[in-house]
Design a binder for this molecule. Structure first.
Ligand code: UDP
Length: 441
């Protein structure tokens, strides 16, 4: 007699039940470990810091009690499982008032790493999806807080919280604490004014957010108002320092946008605050998404043969309604420019991205701007190489501590060493010169 092998026999059924039991236990054990390990890290680190700083804490407590009549100031915040708790600070604000939060971490009200603690009025406005943050202890350092500090918080706080929720590990927590401390050193400090325009030796940079900048470009297209947009990093500002024509072209641009951690550090040196690192590489997918939603078309000009095509395929896979009206590589002779302009105009693209590297792309756009019909034109540097997959981009943790430049240096040391190893200190030196009280204003 033939038996149907797809029907489980009694033995198979037994092993299936065993397997299910094993999985249930395994998952429970894993969940327990995920909860227990980060908590042990918090207890260990907070206790060690409390012990290490005990003389400071004691002096601070005595000072607070004798000067302000109480040891702690408290703020009511909402913690894990929506339980309210009092966040401690030594009375009388600075200095060292924030160290009292170590006790909150030791008690378990807070963790070193976690979503930002919120006040009740903020919590009332959250959607159920955003409520996922309350399954975790609120953190002294949050992934979104870190990204905001270094100017790369382009996605919503909720999406950062959800990513954190699904990926939390002890190593991850330790990494976040370390990166937050570095981020604070690079771009932190007290409150500084946030001017609408940032001045770096003759170049005016618009101080804005990623969303605003993308929205502005789309509005320019819709209103048929031509715009030339440039991104500048410290290297570009170093070039503009000596290259009059490039500086003039940047002055004539409708917008110059800040690219990279160097501008952030430069702002800190000048005593002002950068709203966001609005660089082309992070803007590109957001611009594609918005263009797809608004029915605007793009032309990609630049990089080695085949690269812009690969970018076009990848972005159309990601945003199926995206209209890439044309692509062309960036290796053609100067005398072929006329034909390239005709090709771009024939595509009827609304937005033109030119990737020849700075200042070549800006100079080309300025020279041919009169004849070009795409309404918004941007010089975007090496970003096609990243989005085609030709060069991998620096991982997020490196970008969070302002080390994307060192990644690029490692990728192309021969081409990049001068730009970064000489250019970065030179830029900071020039900012310092500009900042000196006796500098020409
Ligand atoms: N490139 C080009 N034509 C040229 C010279 C360069 O298309 O005549 C491309 C090059 O292939 C690369 C980009 O321009 O994709 C320059 O990248 P780089 O990293 O220098 O730009 P950055 O973002 O640093 O300004």
């Amino acid at each position: 007699m033939k038996t149907d092998s797809s029907i489980p026999g009694p033995l198979d059924r037994e092993s299936n039940i065993l397997l299910i039991w094993w999985r249930v236990w395994f998952e429970h054990a894993a969940l327990l470990l995920l909860e227990v390990l980060p908590r042990s890290f918090d207890i260990f680190l907070s206790l060690s810091l409390i012990l290490a700083f005990s003389p400071v804490l004691l002096i601070r407590a005595i000072l607070a009690k004798s000067l302000w009549g109480k040891v702690f100031d408290t703020v009511e915040l909402i913690g894990q499982f929506r339980t309210p708790f009092l966040r401690l600070g030594f009375a009388g604000k600075a200095p060292a008032s924030g160290l009292a939060v170590l006790f909150n971490i030791l008690w378990g009200d807070m963790a070193f790493a976690g979503p930002r603690p919120m006040a009740e009025n903020e919590v009332l406005l959250l959607t159920p999806e955003q409520g996922i943050r309350f399954t975790l202890r609120p953190g002294l350092f949050s992934p979104h807080g870190l990204r905001r500090k270094v100017g790369i918080a382009y996605d919503s706080e909720t999406s950062s919280d959800i990513d954190f929720y699904y990926s939390e590990t002890v190593q991850g927590d330790m990494g976040l604490v370390a990166r937050s401390l570095i981020g604070n050193l690079l771009a932190g400090g007290g409150l500084r004014p946030t001017p609408a325009v940032l001045h770096f030796f003759g170049v005016d940079i618009t101080n804005t957010t990623m969303d605003e900048a993308v929205g502005w470009m789309v509005r320019r297209v819709k209103n048929h108002e031509p715009a030339f947009v440039a991104f500048v990093n410290p290297d570009c500002l170093n070039i503009a320092y000596r290259h009059n024509k490039y500086q003039q072209v940047l002055s004539a641009a409708e917008r110059v946008l800040p690219d990279g951690i160097g501008i952030n550090i430069g702002c800190r040196l000048l005593g002002v605050s950068l709203m966001a690192n609005v660089n082309g590489t992070d803007m590109f997918p957001r611009l594609c998404e918005k263009a797809a939603a608004e029915g605007l078309s793009l032309f990609l000009l630049g990089a080695k043969p085949g690269v812009a095509e690969a970018v076009s395929h990848k972005m159309r896979e990601r945003f199926p309604t995206l209209d890439i009206a044309g692509v062309r590589d960036g290796y053609f002779k100067a005398e072929e420019s006329g034909r390239v302009v005709e090709e771009i105009n024939a595509s009827k693209a609304d937005i033109l991205l030119v990737a020849f590297g700075a200042p070549k792309q800006e100079l080309w756009l300025a020279e041919h701007g009169e004849k070009l019909t795409p309404c918004v034109r941007l010089g975007v540097g090496g970003l096609f190489d990243f989005y085609s997959g030709r060069l991998p981009r620096a991982p997020l943790w490196m970008r969070e501590i302002g080390l994307e430049w060192s990644w690029r240096l490692l990728q192309e040391p021969g081409r990049m060493w001068r730009r970064y190893l000489i250019g970065n200190p030179l830029f900071l030196y020039r900012v310092w010169l500009q900042k000196r009280p006796d500098a020409a204003s």
